[in-house]
Design a protein around this ligand. Structure first.
Ligand SMILES: Nc1ncnc2c1ncn2[C@@H]1O[C@H](COP(=O)(O)OP(=O)(O)O)[C@@H](O)[C@H]1O
Ligand SMILES: [Mg+2]
Length: 237
């Protein structure tokens, strides 16, 4: 579904991502792991066209989207929930969710999608008319994810959905990720919480200093203390 071929991303002289080739197949959850500064955010941001790919190519459903504007990529069915759960602070939950559907012209379909995700995230129905700032961190993350889902993606990329959240809340977010997979959504999940992410992912990639250092089954990485220690600095816990 997603095919990266030799993707590099640079900020002036700094090369943040170096020749990354990777795939995500339909129906999979793929974990993208690696330490702080490894290039994970740069990579997912370049895939959706928020920052430019400096060389290499990005294919989605067999189509080259390397230099496609972000809005068009969203229309094609690929959406990113960025790092830092950026919700529109001054707007209500309802307004945030409807903004996520700005690429959708079929109003009946928008209402139907809204109902689907208010069902999945009941807390958002409860807080529907509150401004986003009154939500807890976990609720804001759910809002950010639900807002992305309002564009009816076939593939969703989540950049550190658990960042800064209490373990109990992280567990809830991860349960939603599994629920979304069961509904047929394809996902690429960037995580610092490697052990937990590997528990729900099918496959994993590990980035270090912009380069891929591991690719394989999530279970292979999770079950090897040697690999976990070598790539993620988290052996036996
Ligand atoms: N806007 C930017 N300008 C310059 N350098 C950046 C910018 N964003 C990220 N970087 C650098 O690119 C590298 C990768 O960062 P990032 O993609 O955010 O990594 P990660 O998400 O894995 O923590 C880091 O060295 C970071 O300092
Ligand atoms: Mg990041």
């Amino acid at each position: 579904m997603l095919q990266l071929t030799d993707v590099s991303v640079s900020y002036g002289p700094i090369q943040a991502v170096r020749n990354v080739s990777a795939t995500v197949e339909q129906g999979e959850i793929v974990a993208l792991l690696g330490p702080n500064g490894a290039g994970k955010t740069s990579l997912v941001s370049s895939i959706v066209g928020i920052i430019p790919v400096s060389s290499g190519s990005v294919g989605f459903d067999g189509e080259d989207i390397t230099r496609t504007p972000v809005e068009s990529i969203v229309r094609k069915g690929l959406t990113l929930t960025p790092e830092g759960r950026r919700v529109f602070a001054g707007l209500s939950v309802a307004e945030n969710l409807r903004l996520g559907a700005s690429t959708q012209s079929d109003r009946a379909a928008v209402e139907e999608t809204l109902e689907t995700y208010l069902e999945m995230f009941p807390i958002l129905r409860e807080r529907y008319h509150q401004t986003a700032t009154t939500l807890s961190g976990g609720e804001q993350q759910m809002l950010a994810i639900a807002r992305s889902l309002m564009s009816r993606p076939r593939m969703l990329m989540l950049d550190e959905p658990s960042l800064g959240l209490a373990p109990r809340v992280v567990e809830r977010i991860f349960e939603h990720i599994v629920e979304l997979k069961q509904s047929g959504l394809t996902m690429l999940v960037v995580e610092q919480n490697a052990t937990e992410a590997l528990a729900f992912a099918d496959r994993a990639y590990v980035l270090a200093s912009g380069k891929l250092v591991f690719e394989g089954a999530a279970s292979e990485l999770a079950s090897s203390d040697r690999l976990m220690e070598a790539y993620l600095g988290t052996g036996v816990d």
